[in-house]
Design a protein around this ligand. Structure first.
Ligand code: SAH
Ligand code: SF4
Ligand code: F3S
Length: 444
């Protein structure tokens, strides 16, 4: 008779790819371990890490340091570090943290059961091997699926933007076979799922090297044709590879949500070139305009970096000007952080931190104003929301996501979680919306 399962705790940092990877970790260990949300009772504690900026890496190191006490209290605890910092640092992490038992990179996830056994036997395994294909994933189980899920369609990145560590920590780009993707989504929908986000570092270069060559817009068409799918999204796409065919898909596929996250990084052509992004501000704005011609209600969000090496006040003002012209609904903005191995870390003209901080704060104030204006335009409108959960503050408050990706809070019973319904937007705030449920039954 097998005994009760042991407990697994996972702390996740970083992007949606990491969130999806953490889910995989739980899944490959599911025969012997059950997830817990209490770190204190864990038999295995895994940290899934992010290396995108120095701050992300520092958070991991400080958490790791703070776990010495837990490991002393529970000597049998297996403490592991996975993800992008693990990939970047490898066995150096073992040297820096004597209480650490295990280090594994993006592709080591699928070897976790063996790695955990070796760690339990007193070895301190390090597995940062990157394979030359899309790693074979176990089938996901959907006893009671959430309303939305993320499906990884590709791994790695070949773009080598000069600031970015991802190609070094995630390896080369590999696409997943379309039949696997369709199979996984089909099962999710058959079990009652409604919304799917296709994930990859650069999804619109999907398809290279597949046995069955399929482009990203073709994949979207196939997924959108699956019965039961209400909403389709994807992240992240690169402006350079945003093809006319992908823009056309926005006109053809009603399930494809009218929201696109299209990271621009900078509004200065000089800086874009130094970043190795492969497009100009004019090309970016032209694509944004074409997208809006195809889907007039499209919401556009972006990522921006301030203080890239050599960025002058004039370059920075070009970024603000592009933000205004593009009319972003939302922007994630960061101070440039030099990363190991990347080209830009060695560029001359590194910008002092005070200037980066001052530009970031100006940029964020500017964007807050654009976001609030976009939110105000929604007041009085009735929009479809997928109820993602209850609010922590109140048992009668729900939180839903619009097709355009904004979050709306409104009153309603908890049994509406996971349903699609219509909500009238009543109040605009800088970071959220308030609404009330419109009359009529849920749509699903
Ligand atoms: N694959 C995505 C981006 C992944 S990283 C894409 O190409 O769009 C998410 C964001 O982090 C990037 O868009 C960028 O804005 C930011 N970022 C990446 N490297 C950075 C660095 N060295 N310093 C500051 N921000 C960075
Ligand atoms: Fe990084 Fe550029 Fe690849 Fe995005 S496209 S992951 S920013 S190298
Ligand atoms: Fe961070 Fe790795 Fe994602 S570096 S942003 S967790 S790909």
């Amino acid at each position: 008779m097998p005994g009760p399962k042991k407990k697994l705790y996972i702390r996740t940092f970083g992007c949606q790819m990491n969130v999806a990877d953490s889910e995989r970790m739980a899944q490959v260990l599911a025969d012997d371990f059950v997830l817990t949300d209490k770190a204190e009772e864990a038999d295995i504690y895994l940290i899934n890490t992010c290396a995108i900026r120095r701050k992300s890496e520092e958070k991991v190191r400080s958490l790791l340091g703070s776990l010495k006490g837990l490991k002393q209290r529970r000597p049998q605890l297996i403490l592991g570090v996975g993800g992008c910092v693990a990939q970047q640092e490898g066995d150096r992490l073992l040297g820096a943290a004597p209480h650490l038992d295990l280090v594994f990179g993006a592709h080591g996830i699928y070897r976790l059961p063996q790695l955990v056994s070796r760690a339990a036997a007193g070895e301190r395994p390090v597995d940062v091997e990157l394979s030359r294909c899309f790693p074979e994933a176990p089938r996901r189980r959907w006893e009671s699926p959430p309303a939305r899920t993320f499906v990884t369609i590709m791994q790695g990145c070949n773009n080598f933007c000069s600031f970015c560590v991802v190609p070094y920590v995630r390896g080369r780009e590999y696409s997943r076979e379309p039949s696997d993707i369709i199979g996984e989504i089909g099962e999710f929908l058959a079990a009652g799922g409604q919304e799917v986000t296709l994930l990859g570092q650069n999804v619109n270069s999907y398809g290279r090297g597949l046995m069955e060559p399929v482009t990203f817009p073709e994949l979207l068409r196939r997924v959108a044709a699956l019965p039961g799918l209400r909403r389709l999204r994807f992240a992240t796409s690169h402006p350079r590879d945003l093809s006319p065919d992908l823009i056309a898909a926005y006109g053809e596929l009603p399930a494809l949500c009218e929201h696109l996250h299209l990271p621009v990084q900078s509004g200065s052509n000089r800086i874009l070139q130094a970043m190795n992004r492969g497009y100009t501000r004019e090309e970016y704005l032209d694509k944004a305009a074409r997208l809006r011609q195809t889907r007039p209600d499209l919401a556009l969000s972006t990522d921006l970096i301030v203080g890239f090496p050599g960025e002058t006040e004039a370059d920075f003002e070009q970024t603000l000007d592009l933000m205004r012209q593009a009319g972003f609904d939302q922007a994630f903005s960061f101070k440039y952080s030099p990363r190991p191995q990347t080209q830009a870390a060695a560029f001359s003209g590194q910008v002092p931190d005070e200037i980066k901080a001052e530009r970031l704060s100006r940029l964020q104030t500017f964007q807050d104003d654009l976001t609030l204006k976009a939110h105000r335009r929604l007041v009085g409108k009735v929009r479809e929301a997928l109820v993602e959960g209850g609010s922590k503050r109140s048992p009668v408050e729900l939180c839903g996501r619009l097709r355009t990706n904004q979050v709306v809070n409104f009153q309603g019973p908890q049994d509406l979680v996971g349903r699609l319904l219509m909500v009238e937007i009543t109040e605009a705030h800088p970071h959220s919306l308030k609404g009330r449920r419109a009359v009529g039954p849920p749509l699903s």
